[in-house]
Design a protein around this ligand. Structure first.
Ligand code: SF4
Length: 321
C-alpha cells in the first residue's frame, strides 16, 4: 500500500463518529473550575481546549499549567496564546500543592508554557512546585510535562531531575519531517536528547513522550519515531488524534481509525515500551494516574521476571496495553 498521501488530498474537517467526548456532569466540574480560579491557577485542559475536559474534571482530574497562560512560541497545533508572558508568580508552587490536596490527587500532572524569556526556561519553578508538593502532599506522585528548554536543556534537566519527579514527560508531538511547519521553534533531536539525559541522570525516573497523528505523517515515519524513542530509553508512549483547535491552526489531514491506533499500540509494545496508550482521544495527561500505576507494575514485573543468567539480563516485554 502506498502510504504517501497525494498532495491533492483535502484536509478532513468533519469529525468521525469515534471522536466522541463526554459532557460534564454533576457538580465536580464546576467545583474544579472554581478552585482553579480561586487559587489563580491555569490549566492546560482549558487553554488547550482539550476534548476530555468534561470527563476529567468530572473526576476532579486536571492538569495544571504553571508559569502563566502565555507562551513564547507559536506552534501550529497549540491553542495556548502567544506573547510576552507576565512575571513568574512566587505563590504558584504553594497554590499547586493546595490544589493537589483539595482535589485529593494521588497523581498530579504539571506542565508549563514555553518560557524562552527566562534565563532557566522556567526550570526552577518546576523544582519549586515539586518541592511544594512533596512537603504538602507527600503521597501524591508527580508527573511533569516540560517544554524543551531550548539552549538551556542540560542545566534544566539536571536541576529538575535532582528534585525527583516520578515521571518526566516531554512530547515529541510529531514526526521530524513535519517540525518546520508544526513545531517550528523546536528541534526533534534536541527533544530526544533531553529525554535521554533524564534517564542518564536518574534511571529510576519514568520517561514518557507523545505524538499526535492526523497531521500528514506516514506510518513508517511513526514507526521510526518509536525506534528513536526506544533508543532514548523512553518508557511510555502516548498517541492521540490531532484536533484543530481553531481555523487558524494546522488542519487535520486525516482522522486515524481506532484500528490503526490499536496497530500502533501493538507495534509500540513489541518495540519494548513499558506502556503504550494509543487511541483517538489519548492525551499526555489522560488517565495519567491509572497509567502511572500500570507503568510501575510493568517495570516491577519486568525486573522481577528478568533473571540474570551468566551476566545476561533476560528482558521481558510486559504487555500492559
Ligand atoms: S486529558 Fe489532560 S489536558 Fe485533557 S482534560 Fe484531561 S487532564 Fe486536562
Amino acid at each position: 500500500m502506498n502510504e504517501v498521501l497525494p498532495i491533492s488530498v483535502p484536509p478532513r474537517t468533519r469529525k468521525p463518529d469515534w471522536i466522541r467526548v463526554k459532557a460534564p456532569v454533576g457538580s465536580a466540574f464546576a467545583e474544579t473550575k472554581a478552585m482553579m480560579r480561586r487559587l489563580n491557577l491555569v490549566t492546560v485542559c482549558e487553554e488547550a481546549a482539550c476534548p476530555n475536559i468534561g470527563e476529567c474534571w468530572t473526576k476532579k482530574h486536571a492538569t495544571v499549567m504553571i508559569l502563566g497562560d502565555t507562551c513564547t512560541r507559536a506552534c501550529a497545533f497549540c491553542n495556548v496564546k502567544t506573547g510576552m508572558p507576565r512575571a513568574v508568580d512566587p505563590l504558584e508552587p504553594e497554590h499547586v500543592a493546595v490544589a493537589a490536596a483539595e482535589l485529593g490527587l494521588e497523581h498530579i500532572v504539571v506542565t508549563s508554557v514555553d518560557r524562552d524569556d527566562l534565563p532557566d526556561g522556567g526550570a526552577s519553578q518546576f523544582v519549586k512546585v515539586i518541592e511544594a508538593l512533596r512537603r504538602n502532599t507527600p503521597r501524591t506522585t508527580i508527573e511533569i510535562l516540560t517544554p524543551d528548554f531550548r539552549n538551556k536543556a542540560q542545566a534544566a534537566v539536571e536541576s529538575i531531575v535532582t528534585a525527583r519527579p516520578d515521571v518526566y514527560n516531554h512530547n515529541l508531538e510529531t514526526v521530524p519531517r513535519l517540525y518546520p511547519t508544526i513545531r517550528p521553534g523546536a528541534r526533534y533531536y534536541a527533544s530526544l536528547r533531553l529525554l535521554e539525559s533524564v534517564k542518564r541522570h536518574d534511571p529510576t525516573i519514568f520517561t514518557k513522550s507523545g505524538v499526535m497523528v492526523g497531521l500528514g505523517e506516514q506510518r513508517l515515519e511513526v514507526h521510526q519515531v518509536m525506534d528513536d524513542m526506544r533508543s532514548a530509553d523512553i518508557d511510555f508512549l502516548t498517541m492521540g488524534q490531532y484536533l484543530q483547535p481553531t481555523p487558524r491552526h494546522a488542519k487535520v489531514i486525516d482522522f486515524v481509525e481506532p484500528a490503526t491506533f490499536n496497530a500502533y499500540a501493538a507495534i509500540g509494545r513489541a518495540k519494548g515500551f513499558l506502556l503504550v496508550a494509543a487511541s483517538p482521544l489519548t492525551r499526555s495527561s489522560y488517565h495519567a494516574g491509572d497509567d502511572f500505576a500500570r507503568m510501575k507494575a510493568a517495570r516491577d514485573a519486568k525486573l522481577g521476571a528478568s533473571p540474570i543468567k551468566g551476566g545476561t539480563v533476560i528482558a521481558v516485554t510486559a504487555d500492559v496495553g
